[in-house]
Design a protein around this ligand. Sequence first.
Ligand code: PDD
Length: 287
Amino acid sequence: MTRTVYVNGEYLPENEAKVSIFDRGFLMADGVYEVTSVLGGKLIDFDGHAVRLQRSLDELEMNNPISKEELLEVHRELVRVNEIDEGMIYLQITRGAPDDRDFVFPDPETTPQTIVLFTQNKPGLANSPAAKKGMKVISIEDARWGRRDIKTVQLLYPSMGKMMAKNVGKDDAWMVEDGFVTEGTSNNAYIVKGNKIITRALSNDILHGITRAAVLRFAREAQMEVEERNFTIDEAKEADEAFITSASTFVMPVVEIDGVSLGDGAPGSVTPRLREIYLEESLKKAI
Ligand code: PDD
């Protein structure tokens, strides 16, 4: 089935969708994005993603070319026409395509922004075998820029990080700055000690994960203790469990860090329980 995508107000077959070579997303990574998951044909935490999208745009002094209501409509239409039961919707907004390459921001009055949305069909996303097995991560230096709280399309270093992991037979990388874990290449990072969940506090150093906010809320509601503070790779290696969260993985156990198995090398009890609670509660509120 040819995928239908959305570009600047139009629904098109993916092979007919086009963006200018002068688009600043392409030339300068001058754009922001969001990834929203779909379960049972419904959107998980659409509101959270819409709010963060607006924040990313505001931080970059970029206009928002689409209202929240229209955006919801586009998400739903793409889910419908592409028959997505489980998967993701990717959204990207750039500062548009001026007449020529220039470092200076174009005038938003004369340069409309580019907005693109497409779906990714992932049957079995919620019931992923990886969630039963757990992931293996390596640690790498965090060489990204200083505004990681803005969800920009500058994804080269995260992509390189994933390749560093893949090249040594592992699944992902946790990034480390000044001795402390910031986050995973495309997810937030956590360790578990007893009944306590430890994760880095929010700042410009990490993306303010929408899944993170929900998971920490559900954890507190389930009487688990949550500590938002820095932790090192050494502390993580000694933890009982570890996991990551993101819109595409939900809650995913980490069972090995830099070759050291955590606990007995299996996902443990807290992480699978959190995953279950997250999926159950999020599905109830999906729209
Ligand atoms: N990544 N940290 C980083 C660096 C991320 O790229 C992501 C999401 C997260 C988790 O955020 P959320 O819970 O809102 O998905 C944390 C998306 C899924 C991606 O790039 O595919």
